[in-house]
Ligand binder design. Structure first.
Ligand code: ADP
Length: 447
């Protein structure tokens, strides 16, 4: 009927809401850079810029055997890493599933489980005699944003929280008679930075694009005024864990937030926080898509007469579905038929499916372009454009979302012009296993 909006009209609207232009990106980069500097000056700023006490790049010559424990959201992973020097390594690993029960338990019980697994891993894989030297052990906690245990923040810093973790874990190690020496508590993004640099020394930045998003890079002490009191030499390098997902939190001045981003924020359990992450990370992209579909359902423009309750449930639309729709090679968009039919019991027309794919492109592209702004801020701050550098990137979004890396690279060219081509991203090395071992090795050498 007359006046009714067509799908093309809707698409134009979402295109203008979700497109981040080159001038807009340059403005974001500038604000981002200023925010990073603020975080280095003072504690308690929006982007915390956490000092990691990882001093400088690995030499590439680190060698020896190391144990690493990676406490993730779903698994506990124990690795034996053999560093062979010259940027080479071997890894033997075993994964242990964490039960829902274990995840709810007190920190100490979780550490007991870690120690128990470590004990059986050592027995099965090392089988060395009782008098063998204690192996250095690195520990990484990747439990999401302190959802389960509050000690995620400030991990690796010599603060009370950090000490608690080390002490608690050591107690568990003792209880289970594990002969390993806890030498490093590692943040996974920092581990990714160090592991990627070990293998490719041109790596200067590491980024994670998974459930959440984050970055780490190397800063010199003279640029970290909030650490002046420690009295490090001016030119001492230290890795910084940016925790950049917090960019633009609370003030909401710089990012082009849409009403969908605001709904996600306001219905989250951390209102106002992690604003950058909420526009970028794997946890949220599917939800942005779903909210737009719900808006069109409400206005009677989509799925009239169909039962849409399954789609109307918050977070029902996984970001992996956006990947599937973007990757669909068929003219009929058969994958998309499958997604809607199988998971949501909804019939779709070809025109609708093409619209959904376009919408996925817009949401995925926005995520990549905003991510590029963060990378560009570090590049610009550190003057990496001149010589160029590699960025080690990890996480399902980076590894599985179609064109995610290409879109970041394109955005860097949009921001910097042709020179932006000198900044390239690569799949990172395993930060919580290999990175952990290298950091443990670096720590050992420094002792
Ligand atoms: P984590 O960050 O929790 O360690 P991942 O890097 O695997 O783990 O990220 C998980 C996130 O990635 C989830 O939010 C999930 O929705 C999203 N994801 C999983 N598979 C895909 C995929 N194929 N394409 C895009 N996103 C995905």
């Amino acid at each position: 009927h007359a006046g009714k909006k067509t799908i093309a009209d809707h698409l134009r609207k979402y295109e203008s809401l979700l497109t981040v232009t080159a001038p807009r990106m340059r403005m974001i980069v500038q604000a981002f850079e200023e925010t990073l500097d603020k975080g280095l000056k003072k504690n308690g700023e929006t982007v915390p810029m956490i000092p990691t006490y990882v001093f400088g790049w690995p030499s590439g010559k680190e060698h020896g055997e190391f144990l690493a424990v990676d406490l993730g959201g779903t698994n506990l992973r124990v690795c034996l890493v053999t560093l062979e020097g010259e940027g080479k390594f071997e890894v033997t690993q075993t994964k242990y599933r964490l039960t829902e029960e274990q995840k709810q338990e007190e920190g100490q019980k979780l550490f007991d489980f870690c120690a128990e697994c470590l004990h059986s891993f050592i027995r099965d894989n090392l089988g060395r005699d009782e008098n063998a030297d204690h192996l250095p052990l690195g520990f990484t906690d990747r439990i999401d944003h302190g959802e389960l245990i509050r000690w995620t923040k400030g991990f690796g810093a010599p603060n009370v929280e950090g000490h608690d973790v080390a002490a608690m874990f050591q107690e568990s190690l003792k209880k289970f008679g594990v002969r390993a020496e806890l030498t490093a508590l590692i943040n996974d993004t920092t581990g990714t930075l160090i592991a990627s640099n070990y293998v490719d020394p041109t790596t200067r930045i590491a980024c994670i694009f998974g459930t959440g998003c984050n970055a780490a890079y190397m800063e010199t002490a003279e640029n970290i005024p909030k650490m002046d009191y420690i009295g490090l030499p001016k030119d001492q390098d230290m890795a910084i864990n940016c925790e950049w997902g917090a960019f633009d939190s609370f003030e909401h001045q710089h990012l082009p937030r849409t009403k969908y981003d605001i709904i996600i924020d306001e219905s989250s359990n951390k209102v106002g926080e992690q604003s950058f992450e909420k526009m970028i990370a794997g946890l949220y992209l599917g939800e942005i898509f779903r909210l737009i579909l719900c808006e069109l359902i409400d206005s009677g423009d989509l799925f009239l007469g169909q039962n849409t309750y399954k789609l109307e449930k918050a977070y029902a639309f996984d970001t992996a579905f956006l990947s599937l729709m973007e990757a669909d090679p068929t003219d009929e968009l058969l994958m998309t038929i499958g997604v809607f039919n199988h998971f949501f019991g909804i019939e779709t027309t070809l025109e609708e499916r093409q619209f959904f794919r376009q919408l996925a492109v817009l949401i995925g592209t926005r995520s990549a372009r905003l991510s590029a702004c963060g990378i560009a801020a570090i590049v610009s701050k550190k003057g990496y454009l001149e010589k160029g550098c590699s960025v080690g990137a990890d996480g399902s979004l980076y590894n599985k979302y179609p064109h995610f890396a290409d879109r970041i690279h394109q955005a860097l060219v949009d921001i910097f012009g042709e020179a932006g081509k000198k900044i390239t991203t690569h799949p990172a090395e395993d930060g919580s296993g290999v990175g952990s071992a290298i950091i443990a090795a670096m720590t050992k050498i420094r002792k």
